[in-house]
Write a protein that binds this ligand. Structure first.
Ligand code: BES
Ligand code: ZN
Length: 445
C-alpha cells in the first residue's frame, strides 16, 4: 500500500476537476497542470509547462547519459465529464476510499496510472540518484478530446522529444493479477448530425402528417446503419479492414474475459454484436458505428403535442487497421446525405479523430515489456491483447517520432472509466510503480 504522504498526493491530484471537453472547468485544468509540473520537479525531474492553443502540456526530464536508450512515458491529466452526476455515490472530485478502492473521476483514467509512474520514478531517483534510461515524461490535458494540439507540438519539438520507445499506462489489465500487454488500439472518428424539419416547433395536430418529423428521419437514419447481423451498412466501411490473425483468435479464447465476465461487468441482459465474431474480437479487432447521444423534441414531464423542428445525434466510429478516419468521415457524410429525404435539411459536423494502432508484440522493445510483466506477476504468463479504446496520439508517436508504443495498463475493465463512480484499486499504485521500475530496467537491458 502507498504511504500516507503518497496517498494524500494522489487524492490531491484527483480533486482537480480537469474536464477537457467543458470550458467551465478551464481553471481546474490549469490548476491540475500546475500541480503536475510542481510534482515532477519535486521528485527530481526537470519539468516545464508548455502552452498550447488548448490545455498545457507538461514535460519532465530525467538525468541524461549517452549510450542508453531514451524512453518517453505519456499520460493525460484531463478527464471525461461526470454526468449523469446523480448516479455518483459521492461527488466525483472529492475522492473517497473504501476497502482499498479509490472512487473519483480520473481515479484510473488516467491520473492513477500516471501517478503510479511518478511514484516508481521517484523511488528509483531516491535510491539510485539516477534512472536506468534517459527519461522524458509527457503529460497532456486533451487526450479525452482527441489530443488535437499534441501532434503539432510533437512536430514542433521533434528533436527534443526524440526517443527509442514510448510507454503508456492508459489501458487495462485483462483481470486482477493478470499481466497484460496491449499491442493494438482501435482508432476513432467522431461526427454530429442535426436534422431540421420545420423552422420552429409546431402544433403536431395542426401540422402533423403533412410536415416531416425530424426525429423520425433521424431514427431511420440511425437504424439503417446496421443490418440484422450488426454489420455496418455504410458503403465502403469495411474496406481495408485487416483480418484477425489465427494466433489472436486462438489465444484470446483462453483469456479470463469471456461472455459471462462481460455480462457481469456491464449489467446488460445479453451481449450483442457483429455475427461471426466473439465478444472480444468484436471489441478489439472489429470496427463499430456507435450513437453516443441523441436528442430532440419535448423531454419534460407529461405530454406536449409538438412536432419538433430539430433532432440531433452524436456518433463515433471505432476503427481498426487499415481503416482511415478521414475516409470514414467522408463515407459517413455520404451515407447521411444520400439517405436523408428532401423534407429535411441536415448539417454534419465532423469532430476529432485518431488512427488505429497495431504493433508486433514480439518485436522491438516488446520483449522487454513482456520481461517486465513476467517479473511483476511471475505466476501468470502475460496476456497479449488489443483494446477497443483509442489513444489518438499513439499513431502520431509512430509517424512523427518514429517510435513504437508499449501499452502497459494496470486499470481493470470494471474500473468504470467514463462511467459514474470510476475506481482504482489502491494496491495498483504500488503495482504500477513496480512496473515502472521493472520496465525501465528491462528496456535498459
Ligand atoms: N484510456 C482511454 C483509452 C483506452 C481505454 C485504451 C481502454 C485502452 C483501453 C482513453 O483515455 C480514452 O478514453 N480515449 C478516448 C479517446 C477519444 C475521446 C478520442 C476513447 O477511447 O474514447
Ligand atoms: Zn485515458
Amino acid at each position: 500500500m502507498p504511504s500516507d504522504a503518497d496517498l494524500n498526493q494522489y487524492l490531491e491530484l484527483l480533486s482537480f476537476g480537469s474536464i477537457s471537453t467543458d470550458s467551465k472547468y478551464k481553471d481546474q485544468v490549469l490548476a491540475c497542470a500546475n500541480w503536475l509540473e510542481r510534482k515532477l520537479n519535486a521528485i527530481g525531474l526537470k519539468a516545464t509547462q508548455y502552452e498550447t492553443p488548448g490545455n498545457p502540456i507538461i514535460i519532465g526530464r530525467g538525468p541524461v547519459k549517452s549510450g542508453r536508450p531514451t524512453v518517453l512515458i505519456y499520460g493525460h491529466y484531463d478527464v471525461q465529464p461526470v454526468d449523469p452526476l446523480n448516479l455518483w455515490h459521492k461527488p466525483p472530485f472529492e475522492p473517497t476510499i473504501e476497502n482499498g478502492i479509490v472512487t473519483a473521476r480520473g481515479a484510473s483514467d488516467n491520473k492513477g496510472q500516471i501517478f503510479a509512474h511518478i511514484l516508481g520514478i521517484e523511488q528509483t531517483l531516491r535510491e539510485k540518484g539516477d534512472l536506468p534510461v534517459n527519461l522524458i515524461v509527457l503529460i497532456e490535458g486533451e487526450e479525452e478530446i482527441g489530443s488535437v494540439n499534441l501532434a503539432p507540438f510533437l512536430k514542433a519539438h521533434r528533436e527534443e522529444l526524440a526517443c527509442d520507445v514510448i510507454a503508456i499506462s492508459d489501458s487495462s489489465m485483462i483481470a486482477p493479477g493478470y499481466p497484460t500487454f496491449t499491442y493494438g488500439l482501435r482508432g476513432i472518428a467522431a461526427i454530429e448530425i442535426t436534422v431540421t424539419g420545420p423552422d420552429r416547433d409546431l402544433h403536431s395536430g395542426i401540422f402533423g402528417g403533412a410536415v416531416e418529423n425530424p426525429i423520425t428521419v433521424l431514427a431511420r437514419l440511425i437504424a439503417g446503419l446496421h443490418d440484422e447481423n450488426r454489420k455496418v451498412l455504410i458503403e465502403g466501411f469495411y474496406d481495408g479492414v485487416r483480418d484477425l490473425a489465427e494466433w489472436e483468435r486462438t489465444s484470446w479464447k483462453e483469456l479470463p474475459l469471456q461472455e459471462a465476465a462481460l455480462l457481469k461487468m456491464t449489467g446488460a441482459p445479453a451481449l450483442a454484436g457483429e455475427s461471426g465474431f466473439t465478444p472480444l474480437e468484436r471489441i478489439w479487432a472489429r470496427p463499430t458505428a456507435e450513437v453516443n447521444g441523441i436528442g430532440g423534441g419535448y423531454q419534460g414531464e407529461g405530454t406536449k403535442t409538438v412536432l419538433p423542428s430539430k433532432a440531433q445525434a452524436k456518433f463515433t466510429f471505432r476503427l481498426v487497421p487499415d481503416q482511415d478516419p478521414a475516409k470514414i468521415v467522408a463515407i459517413v457524410e455520404d451515407y447521411f446525405r444520400k439517405h436523408a429525404p428532401p423534407s429535411v435539411k441536415i448539417e454534419l459536423s465532423p469532430g476529432h479523430y485518431g488512427q488505429p494502432y497495431l504493433v508486433d508484440p514480439h518485436a522491438g522493445y516488446g520483449m522487454a515489456a513482456q520481461r517486465a510483466l513476467a517479473r511483476l506477476l511471475p505466476d501468470c504468463k502475460p496476456a497479449l491483447i488489443r483494446e477497443g479504446g483509442s489513444i489518438p496520439i499513439v499513431a502520431d508517436f509512430k509517424s512523427i517520432l518514429n517510435a513504437d508504443t508499449l501499452l502497459l495498463g494496470f486499470a481493470l475493465p470494471d474500473c468504470n472509466a467514463h462511467s459514474p463512480n470510476e475506481t482504482f484499486p489502491l494496491a495498483h499504485l504500488d503495482l504500477g510503480a513496480r512496473l515502472n521500475r521493472y520496465l525501465l530496467e528491462a528496456i535498459a537491458g
